[in-house]
Design a protein around this ligand. Sequence first.
Ligand code: NCD
Length: 478
Amino acid sequence: MALANSSLVTIDDLSNGEIEGLFSLTDKMAGAMNEQFGICRGKIMASLFFEPSTRTRLSFETAMHRLGGSVITAADIGATSLSKGESIADMARVVGSYADIIVIRHPWEGAAKVVADYAGVPVINAGDGGHQHPTQTLCDLYTIKKERQSIKGLKIALWGDLKYGRTIHSLIFALAKFGADILFFPSPGLEVPEHVIKKLIIEYGGELEKYAALGQTVKDGLFPLDAIYQTPSSPHQLAMMSDINIEVELKTGVDALYVTRPQRERFTAGEENQELKESYPVVDKRLLKGKAFRKTLVMHPLPRVDELAYEVDADPRSIYFKQAARGVPIRMALLALLLGTRQLSIPGEDDSFSQPTDYPVYRRDSGISCPNPRCVSIQKTETKYIKPEFKVVDRQPLTLRCIYCEHGFEPEYVASSDWHEGKLANKKYHRADSHWAKKIRAENLIIFDSGSNAEAHGFKPSQSVSAEQRRNSDAEQK
Ligand code: NCD
């Protein structure tokens, strides 16, 4: 088994066995740090950080230096030709011809995938907007494993900004894949995006119990518990749960509390104006006195702002600085494996809880683009060469997932490409939820993000659309 020459863009790129293999190499390297020098002699790592970073960038650079390799770096978009309007693909091709491996952090979601598509060398995603941060997840999983031996069956609570936290998104899938239960404690308004939840349930086979009915007040310094994801009792088997009781869940105790800061840099103007400070409780001594947290590991990807009190630092349950320190041996092992200077050896069985699903892919030149404003595929410099592409993850309701940023959405209008077999009068577009839409075969499906877009492509509104238009104009007149 080799990982040489592959890229790490999302945490799904690694199987459980590969992650376990990476962890055993990490153990070996961490146990003999000074003996690793020379493993990557002659190799060059390009470190491209176009968003602020302390830990991730410095631990990658430290890792490469400890392996005896060299580092070239660009830490500011303004200092690169991206600021002159160069595309990410062109930059990737050029940097890929200088370096043996590229580590990239970029504010656009899906940017690391584009670099991996064009660089011709292994690429590591060090954070792409609010999408994913797979190497932080490796540090998180490794830390949980070191402290608790196994991840399976643990209860992990995720706290804070579950909407924009990229470390949260990759961690959710990794925890599900290793069979942990997940308790969601979002700051009100910063809940896990629907498309992440949908992927979690469909592709990891567990069940989600929502607790919206409990009321959304912040009581006793604790965010309201929004939902619990319960893993299936064994891989590839659905959990037989009738009724999970939160009291019981919490009484047995939380194994780890993963705290995150509000990701203000990704807030919309409206969210920025909300007084978040009031609704973003702090993890402090008082909170950790609660019964549920008696033996809880307190984790944080860092940096912290106000959400984690300094008084907790001395508590033996706090392990966030250890978690950050482990970034170096983890990234050393990862670099050595992707550069092919070390081989992967997988200990034991690969008992993943993920259930890979082969979705049909939708790729037509016109009609629809990703609605996520931070997606790389819709940025001006990138639309010249990126063709939008989506996985059709559901037909009822029609749901697409962008292959770049993985944002999921339900488009409104569809048509069939075999209209010409009838008369021109048949060139109609339909509401995606109408019974006509359901009849269109996958290979004939044309999807539009708006009625005007469908009409610009020569399609006329079908009865379902005209009826809707009439309803809308009636409503406007009232
Ligand atoms: C995180 C990130 O950049 O997403 N930091 C990190 O890499 N350790 C978390 C954060 O910025 O809040």
